[in-house]
Design a protein. Structure first.
Length: 325
């Protein structure tokens, strides 16, 4: 009876072990029945912390894993081989892509839109993974000719962490070039100069004068406030308003006077008077010309009487045509 129980126990243990082996085998072979696309990318940056089996994510969604890491000795680039499951990508009808060729066409279109792969950190553990996301750089990348037709080349880009590290390194380099000793010496000289300036007696005298001037100004302000009471200020404002009203009335009166004055008639009379003055000027010129002629005649008569007084009785003789007559 004991032997039968041991036999059954042995069969039960062997069956459990066989079932465990079958489950492990099925789990290992499960990936063989899933359609996977083979992607390759070349990294120029360090891939420290990236190992085989690391996750490959598309915009944060796990879609595959890293299958191999190798170094290209020609250009010192790190080749990263990835296996991506096609069933992770669906269309609007919730249908999975069935062919690898259609998935590659999708990737080609997305690469033109800026799809790149970068090496990112997975938390604070130091482990890294491949992130497939869109970058601002949409310039075309050269496709390696040595790849197999069944392998898709996905361009890479620098990760944000790498860019930050580069910026920090550049900043540290610039800081290391700063001459802190010279800055310290100049600062000490400036502080000493400031100290000597503050302890200068002339500056103290100037400050005391400013304080006295400020006190006098406060006193003058208080006296003005005492003199200019609210009633006086109100009276000044009233007088100012009255003066403004008087100026306004004067302006209105001037406007009415100008409107009531006969400006066109006055202008016509002035023009007529100017015309009369011009005519009088012409008459005066003619009279002066005649007076001038008369004066010339009297002068000629006086000259002739002086030469020949008897001509007054004989009259004016006609001049002979010829002197011999």
């Amino acid at each position: 009876m004991a032997a039968v129980n041991k036999f059954r126990l042995g069969i039960f243990v062997l069956s459990g072990v066989a079932l465990l082996i079958v489950c492990i085998a099925l789990l290992g072979l499960r990936g063989s029945f899933v359609k996977k696309a083979h992607l390759v990318s070349y990294m120029n940056d360090t891939v420290q912390g990236l190992n085989k089996g690391a996750a490959v994510k598309y915009k944060g969604v796990p879609v595959g894993s890293v299958t191999d890491l190798s170094i290209q000795i020609d250009d010192k680039l790190v080749r990263v081989d990835m296996a991506v499951e096609i069933r992770c990508f669906t269309n609007k009808k919730q249908r999975n892509l069935e062919k690898i060729e259609s998935f590659y066409k999708f990737l080609e279109k997305e690469v033109q839109s800026g799809l790149r792969c970068t090496v990112e950190y997975s938390g604070i553990t130091g482990m890294r993974y491949i992130e497939m996301n869109y970058a601002n750089d949409t310039t075309p990348h050269d496709h390696p000719d040595i790849l197999d037709p069944e392998v898709f080349y996905l361009p890479s880009a620098s990760s944000k962490i790498t860019d930050i590290v580069k910026l920090v390194t550049m900043s540290l380099e610039k800081i290391s070039k700063v001459n802190f000793d010279s800055i310290s010496e100049k600062l000490e000289d400036s502080l000493s100069s400031m100290k000597s300036l503050l302890t200068d007696p002339k500056l103290r005298n100037s400050i005391e004068r400013l304080e006295k001037l400020s006190g006098n100004l406060d006193q003058a302000t208080s006296e003005v406030a005492k003199v200019l009471t609210e009633e006086k200020l109100q009276g000044l404002i009233n007088n100012l308003n009255e003066a403004i009203g008087t100026i306004d009335d004067l302006g209105k009166l001037s406007k009415s006077v100008l409107q009531n004055s006969k400006v066109p008639e006055t202008t016509g009379a002035i023009r007529l008077a100017s015309t009369s003055v011009i005519g009088l000027e012409d008459n005066l010129k003619l009279t002066l010309q005649k007076l001038n002629n008369a004066i010339d005649s009297i002068t000629e008569l006086a000259n002739s009487l002086e030469e020949d007084p008897g001509s007054l009785l004989r009259g004016k003789q006609k001049q002979p045509i010829f002197k011999n007559q």
